[in-house]
Write a protein that binds this ligand. Structure first.
Ligand code: ATR
Length: 277
């Protein structure tokens, strides 16, 4: 029998998830159906229950429902608990298991696909919202020599720092953008986990943070050379990446969690890549 899965979000028209999962299913010989569902604001739980009653086995969850998915779950993974949000659900009898694969997918893309070893390197993370929170544990698990959090609202950077301090082995700190400019210190990897690029804005990141030979990673995908990536390029960063690899890798994590087989991701990443220009 064909097993049913779906992605739920609002809006959902732009989603690449059905294409990604249908491709994974063909590639691995799994018999699944994967839909896109436009969830109704304020009715997330009812929408999910309807899908479960229709035989749904699992869901990916995207904006704006990741916090509601977290609340709806009966069983949270450690990563979901620490991220305070869920992007994947699995239904088994009356239990609802929740995971958050965003940060794991991001980290896998950086470490495996871009072949950037985080261990022992200097990493700067811009932003302290949901996307940054999801990246914290997977990043710290890679044991960078130094991890600095910077956010426009500094109290949020500090709160994130306090939450994750127990998991840090290397040099871990937070600061404001003006302190970052004063320090004029280069980083091997700079990750833009702010939502600035969604509105074509540039987070106030000083040019001096991009080490020559370093990597600049933009979490938004399909937006070409965003103001952040342009600044990194102008500053001499050697490698620029957007979040297409993260998108495909988090999908692969969900697929493996549901189906027990790991799909190949490189072909899908190539298919979805929009040139950075
Ligand atoms: P997401 O789930 O995408 O992380 P979010 O939780 O709303 O979204 O967080 C957005 C993040 O982007 C925040 O860290 C925000 O900074 P503030 O906490 O100061 O609001 C950051 N952000 C958004 N626009 C920005 C801009 N133009 N410059 C710098 N940071 C920006």
């Amino acid at each position: 029998m064909t097993d049913k899965y779906a992605v739920i979000g609002n809006p959902i028209g732009h989603t690449k998830s059905p294409l990604i999962h249908a491709t994974f299913a063909r590639q691995t010989g799994q018999d699944i159906d994967y839909l896109a569902i436009e969830g109704e604001i304020g009715h997330f739980a009812e929408n999910v229950e309807t899908f479960r009653r229709d035989g749904g086995r699992g869901m990916n969850v995207t904006a704006p429902f990741k916090l509601e998915a977290f609340d709806y779950a009966t069983d949270l993974s450690e990563q979901a608990r620490l991220a305070g949000a869920a992007n994947a659900l699995k239904f088994e009898g009356g239990r609802i298991f929740a995971q958050n694969f965003d940060g794991v997918g991001l980290t896998r893309d950086i470490v495996s696909n871009l072949a950037f070893t985080m261990r022992g390197r200097r990493v700067l993370l811009l932003g302290a919202g949901g996307a940054a929170r999801g990246a914290m544990l997977p990043f710290l698990n890679e044991r960078p020599a130094k991890l600095v959090l910077v956010n426009r609202t500094v109290s949020k950077a500090q709160a994130l720092f306090e939450q994750f301090k127990p998991y840090a082995e290397g040099d871990f700190s937070w600061c404001s953008y003006s302190e970052l400019a004063e320090a004029a210190e280069p980083f091997d990897l700079v990750v833009n986990a702010t939502s600035a690029s969604l509105r074509g804005e540039l987070p106030p990141v000083p040019v001096g943070v991009f080490a020559s030979g370093g990597v600049a990673y933009e979490l938004a995908y399909g937006k070409g050379l965003t103001p952040f990536l342009k600044r990194a390029q102008d500053a001499g960063a050697a490698q620029l990446a957007d979040g297409v690899g993260m998108l495909v890798e988090q999908a692969a994590e969900s697929f493996e969690w549901w189906r027990g087989v790991r799909p190949e991701t490189a072909t899908m990443i190539r298919t979805l890549t929009v040139p950075l220009r």
